[in-house]
Ligand binder design. Structure first.
Ligand SMILES: *Cc1c(COP(=O)(O)O)cnc(C)c1O
Length: 385
């Protein structure tokens, strides 16, 4: 099976992990700060707070922004469940803004209309989380203008978009947001096995997230209540978690980061081949907005009405032929858990139409030319032409 995504682990990665394993610290040593500073430097942002997953990073990001009971978070339905689940962990309510039929990101026209209605109803969201689907950044300047007007906070779920850019600057610089989240799960662009990071320019948010990642504990006298007892002293001043990443993982991430730009170039080279070779098939190929350069986590294709087979048939045939296709995402609010919260089919028609048609085909930096040709040939078998 040619998978839809795959990690790339080199000898240099192995050496970096081995170095940590034979050092004094295998967790909470210097490799974590090294990885945080390296990725923050890459993004041009003040702080990175590394955690054991992007889900954890979303949770502490929302907590640090004060999201809680009685508050509302809006996001895109075209995402992994973690984006909205993390708001439910905080006791907040969530709602979903329909997607743009070309970018498959949250539609900012719909967002604007929904904000207008919410302002009239006196129930504005506290946080809006755009998801840079497939690695394509949302139009962040426009979202930032809405943030300024309506006063919500913005958390970018950039799990798909590390290495991408918006307006010529790296995704993760938080120019139009409070916090940006990256994931380092193995199918994403760079990996730490499990892992994630929260980027921010806000010193206070960074300090809060660092404490929430480790039980709400601080060793910084400036953050303690009253006087410390001595050099051994630490204080817990909020209720946090164990969301720590290990030094082993951070060393892997930092080593992977040295190849991030080459990974993005390799993904775009493969995109150009697909764009050219699949253009005549009855498929809608991914659109690239000119204001951004995608991280290209995914290459989603949509089965159009002109296709000889429907999505389910195409999916089954491609899997039988050894092509590791996938379907991302089932609109979050169609999950039974969310149906129990009161959501109903029809809530976001564009997301549902997209979901009915979409297949994501193999896309990763080390996808070989022969394997890519096999994917193209099998797509031609299924869709004709
Ligand atoms: C993968 C992913 C997450 C969760 O990342 P983990 O690191 O697995 O917790 C969240 N949001 C999106 C959009 C993702 O793709």
């Amino acid at each position: 099976m040619i998978p839809y995504g795959r990690q790339d682990i080199t000898e240099a990665d192995l050496a970096a992990v081995r170095d940590v394993l034979t050092s004094d610290f295998i967790t909470q040593g210097p490799a974590i700060a090294g990885f945080e500073e390296a990725l923050a430097g890459y993004c041009g942002v003040r702080h990175g707070v590394a955690m054991n997953s992007a889900t954890s990073a979303l949770h502490v990001a929302y907590m640090a922004l004060g999201l809680g009971q009685g508050d509302l978070l809006w996001t895109s339905p075209n995402t992994f469940v973690a984006t909205s689940n993390a708001a439910l962990y905080c006791g907040a309510e969530v709602d979903f803004v329909d997607i743009d039929p070309d970018t498959y990101n949250m539609c900012l026209d719909s967002l604007e209309a929904k904000l207008e209605a919410a302002e009239k109803a006196g129930r504005l969201p506290k946080v809006v989380t755009p998801v840079h689907f497939a690695g394509q950044s949302c139009d962040m300047a426009r979202l930032g203008a809405l943030r300024d007007r309506y006063g919500f906070a913005v958390v970018e779920d950039a799990s798909h978009a590390v290495g991408g850019s918006y307006g010529g600057a790296p995704v993760g610089n938080c120019a139009h947001s409070d916090i940006t989240i990256f994931s380092f799960h193995p199918v994403k662009i760079i990996t730490t096995a499990e892992g994630g990071m929260a980027m921010t320019n806000d010193d206070e948010l960074a300090a809060k997230m660092a404490m929430l990642r480790t039980h709400g504990i601080t060793r910084d006298p400036a953050r303690m209540r009253g006087e410390g007892d001595g050099p051994w002293y630490y204080q817990q001043t909020m209720l946090g978690y164990n969301y720590r990443i290990t030094d082993m993982q951070a060393a892997l991430g930092r080593s992977q980061l040295t190849r991030l730009d080459s990974y993005i170039d390799a993904r775009h080279a493969r995109r150009a081949v697909y764009d050219r070779e699949l253009a005549d098939l009855p498929l809608k190929l991914p659109y690239q907005a000119e204001y951004q350069h995608s991280g290209l986590h995914l290459y989603p294709v949509l089965v159009t009405d002109a296709a000889p087979v429907d999505r389910a048939t195409a999916f089954a045939r491609l899997r039988e032929m050894g092509i590791g296709v996938n379907v991302l995402y089932i609109p979050v609010y169609l999950q039974p858990w969310y149906q129990d919260l009161g959501f109903r089919p029809g809530h976001c028609p564009n997301a549902e139409d997209y979901y009915r048609r979409m297949i994501t085909i193999p896309m990763y930096a080390t996808l070989g030319a022969d394997d890519q040709q096999t994917v193209i040939d099998r797509l031609r078998d299924v869709f004709g032409g």
